[in-house]
Design a protein around this ligand. Sequence first.
Ligand SMILES: [Fe+2]
Length: 344
Amino acid sequence: MTNTKVTVSSASDPKDASRRVRRIVDKLARSRNLNIDSVRQALRDAIKRANDMRALGFLHYAGVLDLHLPDGTKVAIIPDWHIPAHDRQVTFMVKQWLAEFRPDIIILIGDAADMFGLSRWPKPPRVVANTQMELDETRRIVDEVIECSGCLHLFYILGNHEDRGRRSQIDPNGNVASLLDPTTNEPILNFHQLMGYKPGDPITFIYGAFEDGGFGGGILTNDEIKFIHGNKVRPKPGASPYAEADAAGKSIGQGHTHRYAKRARRNTKNGLIRSYEFGFLGDERHPYLGYAFNTNWHQGVASGHVHGGLLHIQMVPIKKIKNSAGQIQSVMLADGKLYQSSGY
Ligand SMILES: [Fe+2]
């Protein structure tokens, strides 16, 4: 895997780790009809590997995190949410889906927070920005997602929007961005600290190798598909992760472009290479997304199942329809069930 620089928020307590494994096993055994002994062993191996990499149990990881997920693991992938410029009706529908899908792992692929208030782009004069409100709203929704899905762990890959905080500190003086909080020994205004999570919470924030957001960190699952926020931007849906997969020689799943597509091709060296871009969950009418005109953005989520050692991905596009009352509604079809938002 890619070289990783690991930073940790605090040392992990071994008792905490074993308690965590026990909780995970109990939960899985209750919710699945799987052989408990083999699930327990597979999960212990997976978590031991993750802990060897100092992944689970730590709040903060810089680089590409290697994650080996055992067969039977369910994953939910959620793209650019842009809270508080999120589509509220769609968000409610996605939470309903998560509550029924019961993923073991959730991956937020970056830009879950918009951080409009810290943007360096010129702002429309009448649009009010309140950075604390943006952080509070993001925290509230991430907590809700962990709670309603019953997931074991949520991985939050930082996007370029979360990195707006760090960049706004670099602007006046780069030294400000590297000041450490004397109690936590973390950069004083880093994103996970502003969100208020503590080591031991079921969440890991994934930064780039230089503790930046957006363009370096990610998750490599089962040595095969790498999830990143996204570096390359191409105008056609599917072309950005395709270019990234070409360069990386690995399957890629990304957000960032807000476009929605999947492609696959076979190469002689690595077999089948898949590439996905997962769309977004923002509301294009929100003033924070005022730069969104004439877009080819598309809403969606994705689900994953690990089988035969591979993470298989199902794209779940979200479509807008006009219902019989003439109202616009969002609709998605996941695992054979139709989810519908309220009308707009
Ligand atoms: Fe985005």
